[in-house]
Write a protein that binds this ligand. Structure first.
Ligand code: GLU
Length: 374
């Protein structure tokens, strides 16, 4: 069981070596892959693609030399190649009734919370509209220090951002082996990894299979799987060089599945509860405190006052009037606006601010304090 048949939200990473052939984008492979994606969409599953290939396509387009490119050359190649890459995706997806939408991310977009929330909202909207987001790193503007560096890790961060339950890394090997299968006939394939222990990482990292054109070897795949696992997302590593690699896995083709160590929802709440320094507090009345304890959103109507200066998307503490912490959450309004709508009913917010972002803190973005649950 790879989880492909049941996953709700799937991120598929497609490397340069799969979609860039001698003569540019490999349209035959892309057309077959698009049909594979359409099949999942038709079953109601959401699919997001993380696609490399901008640099590889651009260097051909610009006839750049074969040697390693300088950073400005790589950025130029990415700029020229990204448009060719998107054209190839559109040409593949439109015939199967799907639209592609380009999303270019930099590391800040998944690490700075406000940008992360914006990017997440856009991806959510696209997925809801039935579009296939095609994500790549914004290679043209990032510098070496600020890069994800490889699309395996980018794909894992994206999976984490959108709460995906499955990450598929299409690779030039069909999974993890105990040794390098190209050099050692005693290498054993690992179909399922329950936990990425140092032993597994040492084994599989030693069997490093570097892709021809991309930047990711097995070590980066494991790094990606580690991020995904902690975010509640399973990872499948399998061979991409066949016409419909996702169908092949469902039909039992060789692959390695690395299991998640939690669920996406629990990982997200743990992140809110544990790793963010709160920028302020919302002091709520008894009715709101009870609603939040029961897992409801925090509405402006139940907020008595706010403390601290915070921005939209910042982490805040929710406290009752006795000073007891009830929860932590990501607030949907900046402090100044939150102040103006304290105590207001939801339908009065728009008149007060000229816009509404819904509840002050949405239930999905609230993590109850350990003693407050139930
Ligand atoms: N973002 C790069 C490109 O599109 C590829 C990076 C990678 O494959 O890891 O060319």
């Amino acid at each position: 069981m790879s989880g492909l048949a049941t996953a709700r939200r799937i991120v598929v990473k497609v490397g340069s070596s799969l979609l860039v052939g001698q003569a540019g984008a490999d349209r035959v492979w892309l057309a077959a892959f698009a049909a594979d994606v359409a099949r999942l969409r038709a079953r109601g599953q959401q699919v997001l693609v993380v696609s490399s290939g901008a640099v590889a396509l651009g260097r051909r387009r610009l006839s750049l030399p074969r040697r390693a490119l300088t950073l400005p050359e790589k950025q130029a190649a990415a700029a020229a190649g990204q448009s060719a890459l998107m054209r190839a995706w559109e040409e593949a997806l439109v015939p199967v009734g799907l639209h592609a939408a380009q999303i270019l991310l930099t590391r800040d977009d998944t690490e700075v919370r406000r940008r992360w929330l914006n990017a997440r909202a856009t991806v959510e909207t696209l997925l809801g509209l039935g579009v296939v987001p095609v994500v790549n790193e914004n290679d043209t503007v990032v510098t070496e220090e600020l890069r994800y560096g490889d699309n395996d890790r980018l794909a894992a961060r994206v999976a984490q951002m959108i709460g995906a339950d499955l990450l598929v890394l299409l690779s030039d090997v069909d999974g993890l082996y105990t040794k390098d299968p190209r050099h050692d006939p005693s290498a054993e394939h690992l179909p399922r990894v329950a936990r990425l222990t140092p032993r597994i990482e040492a084994m599989a990292g030693g069997a490093d299979a570097r892709a021809g054109m991309g930047t990711g070897g097995m070590a980066t795949k494991l790094a990606a799987a580690r991020i995904a696992s902690a975010a509640g997302c399973a990872t499948v590593i399998t061979l991409g060089q066949r016409p419909q690699p996702l169908r092949a896995v469902e039909d039992g083709a060789r692959a390695t599945i690395i299991e998640p160590s939690t669920t996406p929802a629990a990982a997200y709440k743990a992140w809110i509860a544990g790793s963010l320094a709160p920028a302020g507090a919302l002091v709520v009345d008894e009715g709101a405190a009870q609603a939040v304890r029961r897992g409801k959103s925090l509405l402006a109507a139940g907020v008595r006052r706010i403390e601290g200066r915070f921005d939209k998307g910042d982490a805040v503490v929710v406290r009752d009037e006795a000073g007891e912490e009830i929860a932590r959450g990501l607030v949907r309004y900046e402090a100044e606006d939150a102040e103006k709508i304290c105590g207001l009913k939801s339908d009065a917010i728009e008149a007060a601010l000229g816009y509404t972002s819904g509840p002050l803190v949405h239930a999905d973005d609230l993590a109850l304090a350990a003693h407050a649950g139930g």
